[in-house]
Design a protein around this ligand. Structure first.
Ligand SMILES: Cc1cc2nc3c(=O)[nH]c(=O)nc-3n(C[C@H](O)[C@H](O)[C@H](O)COP(=O)(O)OP(=O)(O)OC[C@H]3O[C@@H](n4cnc5c(N)ncnc54)[C@H](O)[C@@H]3O)c2cc1C
Ligand code: SF4
Length: 332
């Protein structure tokens, strides 16, 4: 049995107290605990104090604000609540699908959306026991000096394996961050950086308080597709969020915008480029499927950072993209 390191746990009931406790040197936040606790059991960090967000009820609201044009989802809302919420399902079906595909029902009941966007990066060489890692001398992310994925590389390329982040990026969402110095709003697209050791611009004294998703202003179709070995519990080994904005609410309508975000490549999701060329084409034009799948294949090159061979994952990316778009078109 793997044991947690010795640590204290504080359970504040308001944000100001949580922020004050977070100032303790080395303190970390815990929400549902479904990511950080296994990592601590693997000795990926030994914080003296965990500041729990579980008792802060104001982080658990979902509020629609038509005038501001946003749905505000509290960082403490669980993945189950996100996936089952009527307005999330109606406005952002791809987000409901992504949240509903994380891990297993029990983990989704504990895990929060705030924890999902702040999930630590993962790698087949680091998400192992301390004993396993010591046998290969560690790596840049765990007390060593080399990277086993990119030998000779100086950067950690561990992958962000969050199901919800690619979708939130495709929807143009932003994160509200609170610190003792005030509040700032950061677009999800700007929150992540390509460094597996520290893949967000979050400062140590900041707490994500809510996720703001802009309400749709025109008809659209969205999808999230994920491949994992055991669909009942595993992290994604491939993931793609798709969004097609339409001139009218039918699949034969012209595209006004296309956004495709691919996850699990590196420490930040990749937004596929050169899709503006599809604007004006009918969504159900078979050339659209072909063009999106080709661009995904050309621009996305998985690494051997998570299980399964990178060439296989690369070849499967366009397959999943084609299937997802075909299903959207068939659904009408
Ligand atoms: C077996 C297993 C399978 C899993 N499969 C998947 C999967 O398929 N897809 C997937 O996306 N995830 C998966 N996970 C990871 C995890 O369950 C989810 O990502 C979950 O959403 C994490 O949320 P949490 O509230 O439990 O986060 P925690 O574990 O509490 O925290 C995760 C990280 O976020 C930080 N954090 C938490 N809340 C905040 C906040 N409000 N502000 C700033 N930082 C914060 C913590 O300090 C920590 O670093 C899996 C985990 C397990 C154990
Ligand atoms: S990508 Fe390299 S440095 Fe990063 S965790 Fe994996 S092996 Fe370690």
């Amino acid at each position: 049995m793997l044991r947690l390191p010795r640590l204290d746990v504080a359970t504040p009931t308001d944000l100001d107290t949580a922020l004050a406790l977070l100032a303790t040197p080395g303190a970390r936040l815990v929400a549902g605990g479904t990511d950080i606790l296994p990592n601590l059991k693997h000795r990926l960090g030994e914080p003296p104090l965990l500041v729990s967000l579980a008792q802060i009820t104001r982080l658990r609201d979902i509020i629609e604000e038509p005038q501001a044009g946003v749905l505000r989802i509290g960082a403490g809302v669980t993945l189950t609540q996100t996936s089952e919420h009527a307005r999330v399902r109606a406005l952002f079906p791809s987000l409901a699908v992504a949240a509903g595909q994380v891990a297993s029902p029990l983990i989704r009941n504990m895990g929060t959306l705030g924890g999902n966007v702040n999930l630590d990066t993962r790698c087949r060489y680091v998400n192992q026991t301390d004993f396993w890692r010591s046998a290969i001398g560690g790596c840049l992310k765990s007390g060593g000096t080399v990277c086993h994925v990119v030998p000779g590389g100086r950067n950690c390329v561990a992958a962000l394996s969050s199901d919800c982040v690619p979708v939130l990026m495709s929807l143009g969402a932003s994160l509200v961050m609170r610190s003792p110095n005030g509040t700032r709003e950061v677009p999800v697209a700007d929150y992540f950086v390509a460094d597996g050791l520290r893949n967000t611009v979050r400062n140590d004294d900041e707490i994500t308080t809510e996720i703001r998703v802009p309400l749709p202003t025109m008809p659209r179709r969205t999808a999230y597709t994920k491949w994992s070995v055991r669909q009942s519990i595993d992290f994604p080994l491939l993931s793609v969020a798709l969004r097609f904005d339409l001139e009218h609410d039918r699949v034969s309508a012209a595209l006004t915008d296309v956004r495709v975000v691919v996850g699990v490549l590196g420490a930040r999701p990749r937004e596929v480029t050169r899709l503006e060329e599809l604007r004006g084409r009918a969504f159900n034009d078979p050339e659209v499927i072909k063009a999106v799948a080709e661009r995904v294949h050309a621009q996305c090159k998985p690494l051997e950072n998570v299980p399964y061979e990178a060439p296989y994952r690369r070849e499967m990316l366009p397959v999943h993209v084609r299937r997802a778009i075909a299903a959207l078109v068939a659904a009408g």
